[in-house]
Write a protein that binds this ligand. Structure first.
Ligand SMILES: [Fe+2]
Length: 314
């Protein structure tokens, strides 16, 4: 039985008992009319009073119940509105203080978590930079891939959390190159088949490097799968189409664009129009067509928003 009805019943019994006593006494006397009326008025008043008291007690209790459920669901800091100097008022003030404290602890925990995450990321970025800086040709590559991946993500209306994952994925996609011997990594000519086999291990090496870092678990796909091809002929797993994780398909487009537009030991940077033609050739074979479309919109926006002097230089 709900407390509301317990209070109604309790107050009603307490008020009805004397009323019934008065009515019984009146019935035993001759002139009982006014007393009977007074008795009925008393009954009605006692019923009204019991409902009023029940509401006064049950309403704040319902507020506590709703607020406690909100806290249980992670909405910390929720407050209840119970005033006055009653015990319920004291309970409300204690409850509100507790809720505010939980919210403060939650913010502090969140801040510490973000500090740890930033610390991990800085370490990873330092590692990625150490790979890029080994070779003057790839300096800044990871950062540029991250920036382009995020721009594509914005074009695809991704959430801030997904954009953050794309940024991390772009920065870390080649982290596995740290495990490739420099004779192969820095070779100025085309790699022979055996060397290529070694070089193609960098996605799986990278995956195993970041695998123990729990907050990077959603980034692993970008590291492991950024050389998978849309038509299923990529590596390391030969995934095809949408079987390739989305984050990896975006990083792949950004990575390919950076490879086309920067000078490498074995190829010169292509002018933008030629690089775009190469990207178009890779549509549906190497690159996901829908992500390529988003990338083309990014390039178009960059062109239209570039200052006149930059446009002339291009
Ligand atoms: Fe790579």
């Amino acid at each position: 039985m709900k407390i509301h009805w317990l209070i109604v019943a309790g107050v009603a019994v307490a008020a009805v008992f004397p009323t019934v006593l008065v009515v019984a006494m009146a019935l035993s006397s001759n002139d009982n009319g006014p007393v009977v009326i007074a008795g009925f008025v008393g009954l009605v008043l006692s019923a009204g009073l019991s409902f009023y008291i029940a509401r006064r007690v049950a309403r704040p209790l319902r507020q506590f119940d709703t607020a406690a459920m909100s806290i249980a669901r992670g909405k910390f800091g929720v407050q209840v509105e119970v005033g006055g100097e009653t015990e319920l008022g004291d309970l409300a003030r204690t409850f509100n203080y507790m809720s505010a404290q939980i919210e403060a602890y939650d913010h502090e925990t969140q801040r510490l978590y973000e500090d740890i995450e930033a610390g991990y990321l800085e370490t990873m970025v330092a590692l990625a930079n150490s790979i890029d800086s080994k070779d003057s040709y790839t300096r800044g590559h990871s950062q540029r891939v991250a920036e382009m991946a995020v721009e594509i993500g914005k074009e695809l209306k991704l959430t801030p959390r997904e954009l953050k994952q794309l940024r991390y994925g772009g920065i870390l996609h080649d982290i596995g190159k740290i495990g490739i011997v420099e004779a192969i990594l820095l070779k100025k000519s085309t790699l022979d088949p055996d060397e290529m086999k070694v070089m193609r291990q960098h996605p799986t090496i990278g995956d195993s490097i970041i695998q123990p870092v729990s907050f990077l678990k959603e980034i692993r796909a970008a590291v492991r799968c950024h050389h998978e091809w849309w038509n299923g002929t990529g590596y390391p797993d030969g995934l095809k189409g949408e079987k390739i994780p989305f984050i990896a398909r975006v990083v792949s487009v950004a990575d390919t664009w950076d490879a086309c537009t920067t000078t490498r030991p074995y190829s010169r940077a292509l002018p933008e129009d030629q690089a775009l033609a190469v990207m178009e050739k890779l549509r549906g074979t190497h690159l996901d067509p829908s992500i390529l479309d988003a990338f083309l919109k990014v390039i178009e926006k960059r062109r239209t928003s570039a200052p006149e002097s930059v446009k002339l230089a291009v």
